[in-house]
Design a binder for this molecule. Sequence first.
Ligand SMILES: O=P(O)(O)OC[C@H]1O[C@H](OP(=O)(O)OP(=O)(O)O)[C@H](O)[C@@H]1O
Ligand SMILES: O=c1cc[nH]c(=O)[nH]1
Ligand SMILES: [Mg+2]
Length: 209
Amino acid sequence: MDMLTVVDHPLLKRDLTILRDRTTAHGLFRKTVSDAAAILAYETLRSIPLAEVDIHTPLEPTTGYAIAQEVIVVPIMRAGLGMVDGFVRFVPEARVGHLGMQRDEDTHQPVDYYANIPDSVDRAEVFVVDPMLATGGSAISAITRLKEEGADRFTFACLVAAPEGVQALHEAHPNVQIVAATLDRELDENAFIRPGLGDAGDRIFGTPA
Ligand SMILES: O=P(O)(O)OC[C@H]1O[C@H](OP(=O)(O)OP(=O)(O)O)[C@H](O)[C@@H]1O
Ligand SMILES: O=c1cc[nH]c(=O)[nH]1
Ligand SMILES: [Mg+2]
């Protein structure tokens, strides 16, 4: 699956273990989602373009670098909110858009309930973040919506990806780079990722169904 980059880092392996463990309480779960997102952001931002800038050190003029591309981070709510801090800590000037989507428990299709997308999305590098890529329905719908607003440069960053979701997202939006902390085995009959980590949103916000 070369449309997918699985970031290989010992800290991510440790963090995923904390997240998968059913005994992890929501406070540590939320912190660990943020920490793991920061590692994904660090790796993903390697390709961000830079421009040279003239600055003065206390001793002499020199050349430095500034990020030359507008960055927009778009969490898919709720669970994607847990990854925003991990991304914007490295790019504090980034704008943050929001897309609210809730998967219908029976059909597994995403139902939209909120959208707020910055006007500059058409000239930005857009990082869509959500811990879980299961069937791919939510990610596909989010990126379709962002394309309607004019966006055309995307990375989709998640913690746990299912092979079914990677395939579906790639087929629907072949130009989207997918970055994950792990590629898990499969979806189960409820479209939950196995082994997975359960319902990411409920575990981040401490609201088990
Ligand atoms: O790839 P898919 O099959 O679309 O599934 C993944 C989606 O499901 C979860 O959200 P959920 O609907 O549980 O909403 P929540 O974030 O409010 O918990 C998850 O955070 C993704 O958004
Ligand atoms: O395993 C899954 C699938 C969808 N949403 C989740 O939060 N977890
Ligand atoms: Mg959920």
